[in-house]
Ligand binder design. Structure first.
Ligand code: D41
Length: 463
């Protein structure tokens, strides 16, 4: 082992801190501050020094986020402080009852307004992260709340998780709890690529997050666009403890964690209802899936007095949103011809209320997707609608297949002009070969030409 000259060591620490800072602004604050090329240059420089002085290559080095050797299995870990679950509320009345029960228990007049912390309920995987003397030493899944799996190698690859707490006044021991999730953009990108390559897409972002964390090879996890948002603490040893949930989350933000930007503290259960309505309207515009809102009694002393029943705290509740996945029946499949002749199968569904709207159509993408889903006309299917993307069929419920279910046959001739349909080797899309002879292609071409995007483009390219 070589001795490190002081100047190199100092330079190394500066590089490390700069890279950590970039990861934080990019992945926690969602604010890309330096071009990728600059980031890559810093990282290469760091790695070169680590290659020469191997003692620097510790688990908290940002170079270690690419993953390491694959495991044979995950070991089990016990949660010293159990990870509780959440009770659900499905109506305004459930929320009023929740508020009333709490006030009864702590002898507060019904007319008083309790302070509640409100936050979106992210749809991902609940995890626990332990920091000793400021360093990440263990990451685990929630499991059944008492015993989970050690996924330390995988969580280290997630760039919004600090490997080292920020500042120098951090707790001796800190267990952060939060949700690891896959933002919709990353999920859609992953699935688009999988479909193009004829591979299996993920059913929804929650499965994508769970599947990515279940990888024994952390190098695979490292390629998945996962994020973590902190929502509470377990073990906590420090000279100072915030006195409310809201203050604790703000502290976690200062220590380097991502905390939800929509989190808010409000007074009284009516304000909780307003918050719920407000977020329900914003749900489609968020970058990630949420399945409801979590409301927590803000004051830690009150939380302690309230305690928990069975495995859920009395001081918290999750008010659910309409489901983003529902079952319905596939009535028919139509084949639409686009401007470039691409043929897209569109499912006609028995209308169903999903993700807050009534859905009657869903895309089936292409022939590969139809084969992969193995879906028939007449089948009961699961449709998913999240964000403003086109609803998708994610699964056929085979147990409910009727006797007269009809397999979907991809047409060999264009449904509009009868020209032959061709599929280029290695491409997922099938196309009508009719060109402008095809009525559908002509119509779409004119629509495209007249569209604002195309017109402004033409305008820009004209001399
Ligand atoms: O966003 C979430 N999924 C979320 C989950 C959240 N924002 N807060 C949560 N708070 C708790 C308690 C109140 C028990 C600390 C939770 C969960 N629990 C939770 N996630 C999975 C099981 C329980």
């Amino acid at each position: 082992m070589l001795n490190i000259p002081e100047a190199i060591y100092k330079h190394y620490l500066r590089l490390k801190s700069e890279i950590n800072q970039h990861n934080h602004t990019y992945y926690v604050l969602d604010d890309p501050s330096v071009p990728d090329s600059q980031y890559d240059r810093l990282m290469r420089e760091l790695q070169e020094i680590e290659q020469q002085y191997s003692q620097l290559c510790t688990p908290d080095s940002p170079s270690q986020r690419v993953g390491g050797v694959a495991l044979d299995s995950f070991s089990q870990v016990k949660h010293e402080v159990p990870m509780l679950s959440l009770d659900n509320a499905f109506s305004d009345q459930d929320m009023l009852d929740f508020d009333r029960r709490i006030k009864d228990r702590i002898n507060v007049a019904p007319s008083e307004h309790l302070s509640y912390a409100c936050e979106p309920k992210l749809d991902g995987v609940a995890v626990s992260l332990i920091y000793q003397k400021g360093l990440l030493i263990r990451g685990a899944t929630r499991g059944d709340g008492t015993v989970g799996e050690d996924i330390t190698a995988n969580v280290r690859t997630i760039k919004s998780i600090p490997l080292q707490l920020h500042g120098d006044d951090h707790p001796e021991l800190l267990e952060v709890r939060g949700e690891i999730y896959m933002p919709r953009a990353g999920f859609d990108k992953f699935n688009r690529k999988a479909r193009k390559l004829g591979e299996k897409p993920f059913v929804n972002p929650r499965n994508a997050a769970a599947g990515s964390l279940r990888q024994l090879d952390s190098k695979i996890t490292a390629t998945r666009p996962l994020e973590m948002c902190a929502y509470s603490v377990g073990q906590y040893q420090s000279s100072h403890k915030p006195d409310s949930h809201f203050a604790m989350l703000n502290l976690l933000g200062k220590l380097g964690f991502k905390i939800n930007q929509h989190m808010k503290q409000v007074a009284g259960i009516d304000a909780c209802e307003d918050y719920y309505q407000h977020l329900a309207r914003q749900r489609d515009q968020l970058d990630y899936d949420i399945d409801g809102i979590v409301f927590k009694v803000n004051d830690f002393k009150l939380q302690e007095r309230l305690g928990f029943v069975a495995k859920a705290p009395r001081w918290a509740i999750a008010r659910k949103f309409p489901a983003q996945e529902e079952m319905t029946r596939l009535l028919d499949v139509e084949f639409q011809v686009g401007r470039t002749g691409a043929i897209t199968p569109v499912a006609r569904l028995e209308p169903v209320f999903v993700g807050g709207v009534t859905v009657g159509n869903a895309t089936l993408h292409n022939a590969d997707e139809i084969n992969r889903l193995g879906v028939c006309v007449g089948d009961t299917v699961i449709v998913r609608r999240a964000g403003d993307v086109i609803p998708q069929i994610v699964k056929a419920v085979l147990e409910k297949r009727p006797q007269d279910a009809v397999p979907i046959v991809f047409p060999e001739r264009c449904p509009v002009c009868q020209s032959s349909v061709k599929r280029i080797e290695g491409e997922a899309v099938a196309r009508c070969t009719g060109g402008l002879f095809c009525g559908a292609q002509t119509k779409e071409a004119i629509k495209h030409f007249a569209s604002r995007k195309a017109v402004s483009y033409t305008h820009l390219t004209l001399p």
